[in-house]
Design a protein around this ligand. Structure first.
Ligand code: SAH
Length: 218
């Protein structure tokens, strides 16, 4: 049986260490808090059991409903770019398995995450509860609208590829906030974009090329 305890050693601990060293540190991710979170969170508990032995491989994996859990390096890279710290509040669009939410929740004060597939919203909420995360709140809905009630957010992280940046997400970004989003056509290579809000103005930078599942609308 797989233990759900985060503190207990599991048989994948070495695989996780290796993943961090070879896939993440060697590719330039330096943020110690992010690296520690990647070493700690049991990725094998966020994927369907049939893929359990591929949990720490260098690629995305299917999580059902046509969706995927992102490649570990991309999760680490996006987390580092977000500049997480214990004072920050995060809005994630695209909960999926809940893995990216868990990585950030290890570092920040609170993670709000919106998922459009109701089954995934439910499954990931249950998973994160079992794993003991008390600072993640998930809701089913269309993330295009963000989550106004809890805004503004220091970090907004979108894990599905949109053709344009949803305006409400920019509005809900705090001053000095960072919004990270893959922009581009569905089922193509997209560009990962960082938006920073400085004195009310938006600064945009292009980070790298990525491939995410499409941003859907309800
Ligand atoms: N962050 C996830 C990766 C999920 S893949 C993880 O760590 O596992 C992208 C997810 O975005 C999918 O689950 C998909 O259903 C969801 N999604 C797509 N469009 C959305 C939208 N408009 N609002 C909320 N979630 C959306």
């Amino acid at each position: 049986m797989i233990s759900l305890s985060l503190n207990q050693k599991d048989r994948f601990q070495e695989a996780r260490e290796m993943m961090v060293r070879v896939q993440i540190v060697d590719r330039g991710v330096k943020d110690e808090a992010v690296l520690n979170a990647m070493r700690k969170v049991p990725r094998h508990l966020f994927i369907p059991e049939e893929y359990i032995n591929e949990a720490y491989d260098d690629n995305p994996l299917p999580i059902g409903y046509g969706q995927t859990i992102s490649q570990p390096y991309i999760v680490a890279f996006m987390s580092e770019v977000a500049e997480p710290n214990p004072s920050k509040t995060v809005l994630e669009i695209g909960t999926g398995s809940g893995y990216q939410a868990a990585i950030l929740a290890e570092i920040v004060k609170k993670v709000y995450s919106v998922e459009i597939v109701p089954e995934l919203a439910l499954e990931s909420a249950e998973r994160l509860k079992k794993l003991g995360y008390k600072n993640i709140v998930i809701k089913h809905g269309d993330g295009y609208k963000g989550w106004k009630e809890f805004s503004p957010f220091d970090i907004v992280i979108v894990t599905a590829a949109a053709e344009q940046i949803p305006e409400p997400l920019i509005e809900q970004l705090a001053e000095n906030g960072r919004l990270i989003i893959p922009i581009g056509a569905p089922n193509a290579v997209q560009e990962l974009i960082l938006l920073e809000k400085k004195k009310g103005k938006i600064e945009k930078s292009r980070l790298t090329f990525v491939r995410f599942v499409p941003f859907k609308r309800l």
